[in-house]
Ligand binder design. Structure first.
Ligand SMILES: Nc1nc2c(ncn2[C@@H]2O[C@H](COP(=O)(O)OP(=O)(O)OP(=O)(O)O)[C@@H](O)[C@H]2O)c(=O)[nH]1
Ligand SMILES: [Mg+2]
Length: 473
């Protein structure tokens, strides 16, 4: 069966590569597309000092260390969400992530946006599955490749937490430093394409977990499709499950639209929505860009004006992310702080309940097991909702606390009321001050705090759920 599948794949890639010879390859003579709209939309010729925001980022780092991290560590938040924030992450540039099935043109698109094709910097592309590494394209003074193990060892970079995915994965991680203007403002991440009949374990590392790590941190996520790969299999379904909660960062790209006649394109567009609809659970449909992101000139008998407009819209979208990078970073840290606060309140509530139920003769383990098994019987979550002005949509999954307390016995924790010091104040007060005052006023100091009430939000009552932060075109 397996041999048959492999044979099919081989034949399919032969067929595709045959096609590619006719249509896909960027031959020497193929007329190249004018790139001026890219330079113009991304304002690449303008000299923007890259470190003019560093003062704000330093301030943000300080708030995080002084007001958020103590509570995060004290209640082991990292073991609940596996999300530890490093300094590198606070000061890092916006990340643009490319995901999608194999051979849909992700690497070609990165080459095109950066103008890398036919240079020694270009990413390897081809009609068969080509990219096998998570490739991070960053800015650097000269072309340099950095091994995954080196990237993970360098705590100044935001990639050091990736070490936890193991050595096998680090061999599949590669950094490329390129002296390119756009990379002074963003970091691109190319990923291996999804192959439906490949099992996770065949890759030798937890592919889905790694994807999730990048998804959680990306500022913009391009999910690329091509007209020949619209079917949704288990792997892609899994990917969309992982994208849940990041809907405002997702942009769907129907690439290689230059390959199709208009009528066909309309059908394919409809089919794409039809396949994706069950996977995307939001009221607002995702933004879909239909174009061809490669350097060859648009074919004259296609709707090239539309493709060009779509391309410019996508570039404007990218520009927005660059422009909003500080607001997004502050919003991201604030959202993290809100989650840490809720987690601390919950652990505190579990602990209070445990102490209330304990008598001199009770078996501590049994009493706590009872509470963890059925927290609703003890009104744990309801009390948090009623007393602390937390949105019910922000409450974490109850089941996660069974695992959490499985590895962290309740006796390891102190009550919130005991986490105060004479000089430093209370951990809870500090994080609340960060959420309601310090972070909103840092946002306001950018001159962009459009919400006049932002700095007086009543305890976490405002803006708890992230807004769609990017303008749509
Ligand atoms: N006609 C057309 N072909 C394209 C376009 N973009 C990419 N291609 C071709 O599609 C093939 C696959 O491109 P890649 O960039 O390697 O695709 P990928 O998504 O990175 O693939 P993996 O790394 O295997 O996941 C190459 O032969 C490209 O020349 C496009 O806009 N139009
Ligand atoms: Mg690729």
């Amino acid at each position: 069966m397996r041999a048959l599948l492999l044979l099919c794949c081989f034949l399919a890639s032969l067929l595709l590569s045959g096609q590619a010879e006719e249509t896909d390859d960027v031959s020497e003579e193929a007329p190249m597309r004018d790139r001026s709209h890219i330079e113009k939309t991304l304002m690449l010729s303008e000299d923007k000092p890259s470190d003019d925001y560093s003062a704000v980022l330093q301030r943000l780092r300080k708030i995080y260390h002084a007001s958020i991290k103590p509570l995060e560590q004290s209640y082991k938040y990292n073991e609940l969400r596996q999300h530890e924030i490093t300094d590198g992450e606070i000061t890092s540039k916006p990340m643009v992530l490319f995901l999608g099935p194999w051979s849909v043109g992700k690497s070609t698109m990165i080459n095109y946006l950066l103008g890398l094709e036919n240079t020694r910097y270009q990413l390897y592309t081809g009609a068969e599955p080509t990219t096998s590494e998570f490739t991070v394209l960053m800015h650097g003074p000269k072309l340099k490749t950095i091994e995954g193990i080196v990237m993970a060892a360098d705590s100044a970079r935001s990639f050091s937490p990736l070490e936890k995915f193991g050595q096998n994965f680090l061999e599949k991680l590669i950094g490329i430093e390129v002296p390119h203007k756009l990379l002074e403002r963003v970091t691109f991440v190319d990923t291996p394409g999804i192959i439906e009949n490949r099992k996770q374990q065949e890759r030798g590392y937890p592919f889905n977990d790694v994807c999730q790590w990048f998804i959680d941190r990306a500022d913009l996520i391009f999910v690329v499709f091509d007209p020949t790969k619209l079917d949704v299999g288990l792997e892609l379904e899994m990917l969309f499950r992982q994208l849940k909660g990041r809907e405002s960062q997702i942009r769907i790209i129907l690439n290689k639209a230059d390959n199709l006649a208009t009528q066909m394109l309309m059908r394919v567009y409809g089919a794409l929505f039809w396949s994706l609809a069950p996977l995307i659970n939001v009221t607002e449909p995702p933004r879909v860009y239909v174009s061809s992101f490669w350097p060859q000139d648009y074919k004259p008998d296609t709707h090239w004006e539309l493709f060009l407009k779509e391309e410019i819209s996508l570039l404007e979208d990218l520009n927005q992310v660059i422009e909003n990078r500080l607001e997004n970073k502050i919003a991201f840290i604030r959202q993290h702080a809100i989650r840490v606060r809720i987690h601390a309140l919950l652990v505190d509530r579990y602990l209070q309940t445990y102490r209330e139920k304990m008598t001199f003769f009770s078996d501590g383990e049994l009493v706590f097991k009872d509470i963890v098994e059925d927290p609703d019987k003890f009104y744990i979550f309801k009390t948090i909702l009623a007393k602390t002005n937390v949105s019910k949509f922000d409450l974490p999954n109850r089941e996660a606390y069974k695992d959490f307390f499985g590895i962290n016995p309740i006796s390891n924790f102190k009550l919130l009321s005991q986490q105060c010091s004479y000089m430093g104040g209370c951990f809870l007060e500090k994080i609340e001050r960060a959420i309601t005052q310090e972070l909103p006023s840092l946002l306001g100091s950018l001159g962009l705090g459009k919400n006049p009430g932002a700095s007086n939000c009543d305890k976490t009552g405002c803006g708890e759920t992230p807004k769609n932060r990017y303008k749509k075109h």
